[in-house]
Design a protein. Structure first.
Length: 100
């Protein structure tokens, strides 16, 4: 089955550290002559102007937008031009150890 060539990719990862690492890797691969990508972070710690960039639709023929987000945004955010969603099926949970 063919994948759509247009539209953004939305990737869910467990935390900000994973977002940062994935953005660095995608930037490196994009600069190396591979496909042109525009990796963007999306999490609650970003200033509003940086969060807004994720919702802007890039011009046709430009780099493909890849929004990398924590799972917090999974049920509360809609990125309008997303055609592919990748969920790593990993999450962080805060747990209390009653014996500690």
């Amino acid at each position: 089955k063919d994948c759509p060539r247009d539209g953004a990719i939305l990737v869910f990862v467990p935390g900000v550290g994973e977002i940062t690492r994935l953005i660095t890797e995608l930037q490196y691969r994009s600069e190396g002559g591979g496909c042109r990508l525009l990796p963007l972070p999306l999490h609650g710690g970003l200033p509003p102007d940086q969060q807004r960039r994720c919702f802007e639709v890039p011009p046709k023929g430009g780099p493909r937008k890849v929004v990398i987000s924590t799972n917090v945004a999974e049920t509360s955010v809609t990125v309008p031009d997303v055609t592919i969603v990748i969920d790593t099926a990993r999450e962080r949970r805060l747990c209390l150890d009653p014996g500690a």
